[in-house]
Design a protein around this ligand. Structure first.
Ligand code: CUA
Length: 375
């Protein structure tokens, strides 16, 4: 009975989201669409919070049913009939009834408060040691991830270890965003000048989907991210490679070398983007250090494939509304506060930059490892 009700509710919710997000996102030309399951029980955090949701829904249904039934009863019993003569009997005050009407909501609020306080205490506790620290910054319209202890910097795709509490400090570089890894729980606002501090744990290796949940501008719906959760051995191997990563000082492949020269020179990409081990140290745009490993482009909205990467470099705001990146097709990106007069990039030049970006990788193929499934 409970299961049936839960499934019905889940399906209803999915359809609402599908209709809402589905139409919204198709209007914005996203390549990758998906629905969110707010009732996911994949993580310990969500499993803690779920009973609260059911309590709230259960009590709400009780209130709705109770007041609805009382209303129908009263309207039916005391309505004006053809046989009614004169004023009905008048009542003034009924202490017992008032106490019951006040008592029921008080008990409900008390039950919900106690359950909420218990749940919050459990889910908000951050272990003193043994966590993996990650500083998260939301920006229009992407996510930045810094591991302060490991000195690893990446964007839009976060790599974590299963079984280890991930200690997150979330803030924003511009407007209010909202950080939410849907299947891991612990949604938090990313507010400029403030730091939200919390922890969550992934139990299963795999790819987790994340989404900004505060309306933050033209590409709010396109402000996604992904989390790759690895087994301790895999994470340790990834971490070692990531810390040590640097591209060849002078690439043996002439196209990669040309791409890097354009990235750091004519394109002036390094003014905004960072690539570990190179002169590119920009911090106002996503870090591209392991871009070759990334599954997605443009904060989770396109598959990371070369034609799309070239299209993106040529004019990002054309394919992602509000993207704050200069275009290289002769147009001026008016979304930017200080739009620069763009330099033009030819198709072979775009190709070289894309090849250079692809070459920045640790050799992790998450799709091969985990398939297309995402939590
Ligand atoms: Cu950032 Cu919505």
């Amino acid at each position: 009975m409970f299961r049936k009700f839960r499934d019905l509710y889940q399906n209803l919710f999915r359809w609402c989201l599908f209709l809402g997000l589905g139409f919204g996102s198709s209007a914005m030309g996203q390549e990758v669409t998906r629905t969110i399951n707010i009732l996911s029980d994949t993580s310990p955090y969500n499993r803690e919070v779920m009973p609260l949701l059911w309590w709230s829904i259960g009590l709400s249904v009780l209130v709705l049913g109770g007041t609805g039934a009382a209303l129908i009863y009263v309207v039916q019993k005391f309505r004006l009939r053809p046989t009614t003569v004169g004023e009905p009997a008048q009542f003034h005050g009924n202490n017992l009834l008032e106490m019951v009407l006040l008592g029921i909501p008080l008990v409900m609020v008390a039950v919900l408060s106690i359950l909420t306080a218990q749940t919050l205490t459990r889910v908000n506790s951050i272990p003193k040691t043994g966590t993996l620290k990650v500083d998260v910054t939301g920006a229009q319209f992407w996510w930045d991830f810094n591991y302060p202890d490991l000195k690893i910097h990446t964007s839009n795709e976060l790599v974590i270890q299963v079984g280890v509490p991930i200690e997150l400090t979330v803030t924003s570089a511009d407007v209010i965003h909202d950080f939410w890894i849907t299947s891991l729980g612990a949604k938090r606002d990313a507010i400029p000048g403030q730091k939200a501090h919390f922890a969550l744990t992934a139990e299963k290796p795999g790819v987790y989907y994340g989404q900004c949940l505060a309306l933050c501008g033209a590409s709010h719906a396109n402000m996604r991210f992904h989390v790759v959760a690895l087994s301790p051995e895999d994470f340790s191997a990834w971490k070692t490679k990531a810390i040590a990563y640097k591209p060849e000082p002078v690439a043996t492949d002439s196209q990669i070398a040309a791409g890097r020269a354009l990235f750091e020179g004519k394109g002036n990409c390094s003014g905004c983007h960072a690539i570990q081990g190179t002169a590119a140290r920009g911090v106002v745009a996503p870090a591209l250090s392991y871009f070759g490993d990334h599954m997605y482009l443009g904060a989770g909205i396109f598959k990371n494939e070369r034609p799309k990467v070239k299209e993106w470099i040529l004019n990002a705001s054309k394919i992602k509304p509000g993207a704050l990146m200069p275009s290289y097709d002769g147009t001026i990106n008016t979304n930017m506060k200080n739009p620069q007069v763009p330099s033009l990039l030819t198709d072979p030049e775009l190709e070289s930059i894309a090849v250079y970006l692809e070459s920045n990788k640790l050799g992790s193929d998450w799709r091969k490892k985990f398939g297309n499934e995402e939590y």
